[in-house]
Design a protein around this ligand. Structure first.
Ligand code: ACO
Length: 208
């Protein structure tokens, strides 16, 4: 079993620990976070400040940036400098992932999610609980697909975009990078970069 180190100790990290426990492929060795002072051990897991990683030979461990915020995952990956091959792909045993799908290092696929044929998912993405990523999707790095989202066939999602809980994207649509799609939205047209869109059909939200 690979020894797993989770970076981040919040709610998202707890769900990832459950995935690691359920997978029989990983054992959680440590949870590190900038908010933890010093080092302690609970139930055989080390809880430590992020600087704990400096004392380790990273090639002996697998890592996961267990933080929900997409921009923060990108920043931490860049700051730590741990090679991408050391980041785990974590897939809950109840998730269904096509053999022809590709999933990048650092990505987590949560319980009951589905990733269908020939979809390509980037690095450090989150396919959250019961999300459906249909066939031939393209998802760049640092994307978060929230619980119960449906991405229909041949959807493309740009880097860092967050699709909110229960949203649906109809087939063939393209959503640019660093967008936020509101919970429950139905995306029926392409969406540009850095856009927040919500509603049915999804429309850009402009803040005054
Ligand atoms: C396990 C997990 O928890 S994973 C995390 C999943 N997280 C999510 O799904 C969150 C998704 N985020 C949202 O839906 C947010 O409401 C956003 C991003 C769409 C908008 O957030 P903000 O920018 O803070 O906008 P704000 O709350 O001020 O609302 C702006 C307007 O949009 C409306 N609005 C906000 N969210 C939505 C939505 N999902 N659908 C329709 N309209 C919405 C508001 O009613 C408001 O309308 P008004 O100007 O007429 O009063």
């Amino acid at each position: 079993m690979d020894k797993l180190i989770l970076i981040g100790a919040g709610g998202h990290s707890k769900v990832i620990q459950d995935i690691a426990n359920a997978s029989n492929e990983f054992e959680t060795f440590a949870v590190v976070d900038d908010a933890i002072d010093g080092t302690n051990q609970t139930d055989g897991i080390i809880y430590a400040n992020t600087s704990f990683i400096d004392s380790l030979q990273v090639e002996h461990f697998k890592f996961c940036i267990a933080i929900g915020n997409n921009a923060t995952r990108r920043e931490i990956f860049a700051t730590l400098g741990i090679p991408i091959e050391q980041y785990a792909v974590l897939i809950h045993p109840t998730a269904v992932v096509s053999k022809s799908a590709e999933i990048g290092n650092g990505t987590v696929v949560m319980p009951n999610a589905v990733v269908n044929a020939d979809s390509i998912i980037g690095k450090h993405c989150i396919v959250n609980t019961a999300a459906v990523v249909e066939h031939d999707n393209r998802m760049e790095d640092y994307v978060h697909i929230s619980p119960n989202v449906t991405l229909s066939g041949i959807v493309s999602i740009g880097e860092g975009t967050h699709v909110g809980s229960g949203a649906t994207v109809i087939p063939g649509k393209i959503i640019g990078c660093w967008c936020t799609i509101g919970a429950g939205a139905v995306v029926v047209g392409n969406i540009g970069k850095h856009v927040t869109a919500a509603g049915v059909p999804a429309k850009k939200i402009v803040k005054n």
